[in-house]
Design a binder for this molecule. Sequence first.
Ligand SMILES: [Ca+2]
Ligand SMILES: [Ca+2]
Length: 465
Amino acid sequence: MIKKKYKRTSSFIFAIVFIISMMPLVAFATENTNEVSNIEIATEVSDSAVEKSSTQKGGNKANMLKGMNVSGIPASNQLAPVNSFMASSSSNGVYNQYMGFLNSTGHSLFLFPIYLDHGQVLHIQMDVPAVSNLDYDLYLYEIDSNNVILGLVDYSLYATYINGASGSLSEAVGVVNKSGSQKIYAAQMVSFSGGSTSIPFYLHVATNTVSDSSEVDENIISSSATPFTLSTNNNTVINSRQRDTLADNDWFVFTAPSGTNSFTISTNEAPVEIYRRTLGDEMILQTSVNTNNSNVQFNTTSGVTYYMRVHTAGRISSLSNSNYSIIFTPVQTITSITLNSSSFSGGTANITYGFGTRYRINSSANLTVSGTALNGSTPVANAAITVTIRNNSFSGTRTGTATTNSNGQFTATVQAPTAAGAHNFLVMTNPTIRHHYDLGEVWATGGTTNSTSTPLYIYSHSTNF
Ligand SMILES: [Ca+2]
Ligand SMILES: [Ca+2]
């Protein structure tokens, strides 16, 4: 149990709740982060129902609220009564935004009653302050018509982790009513750690007719993400889900394939974020993709589990009512290239001049080489390879290109640069015959990876005097 000792700075008792009911779908103004210094934190955790250990946040403990009548909660702890969450004729369902403040550790606010008809889904997303020492969580309860809590329905308990300008991942909860009759819910916003009277949280609350059988999966603390396998050979397409409300969050999970792999990610309508999850339930953003910056390149680390969030709130004003499509296209990364020097053809092997024994190619003659491109120990197919011969005596280069086959093998022909004869070697004394040559080398390149370089002699001409 965390009982951090902080000095109380001034009166923090009174909750200030701003209600922005029926607000049009617009982005809220950016908060001034300098206001962090105004954070006021209670001396002791005060609400035993939401106390949590540092390693396990207590979804079970929230069940201690069972039987409590939320009508008895002081008005200062109620975010707003909501009466509008009834069936909607619009295909976009009903959507409201709210703003509130949690003043101190243990402080909580409630939003109730939220009515949900049979066949409807409720999604609630809480955008938390981008402040590292504030940790807010979100719970969802079913209540009866007398506002008595019947039990915990869902909870979202991420630890705060600031992902740059993106801030900490939003908390999100939801429920589908399959009971056959109307149900009533209450949301609870709780400070697990810290508080602020100046930096608000924002709440997106939305209902609609559910058409996605995988709902609800609003967070990965209380729900399981939908697994998929990421192919390193073919496109991986995720197009089985749709966004049901204007606050929907969907989660997927995949384990990175072996080796160092790279993918481009494109999305046709839904913003996508990819996270790593720490043992302490911090969510560390790896990359984000939206329809404006599709084809983002993403490099995976072998064996790592990644979580993909498809989200909605504040990003769109209408639902497509069709499945969104997210495509991972593998980009083969070459980690090693080998040139097979015994395969060289077009010149003469094992020529010994003044710089040791080398393969010799004539000035401007074609050299054919072969080699293999690998990703770790896996052949890289269909990769573009460039073979370069450089005349080191005169800095001239020429290149040839090839594409690897399914075994990662390639064969390229490249013309040698012109040689002028910077060096000569006496090959015979009677008559006196000298070979004039330049020094050169040949290597292959795929992506940013080069093979080791093989030394060459580039023969220019001979003299016999
Ligand atoms: Ca949290
Ligand atoms: Ca969802």
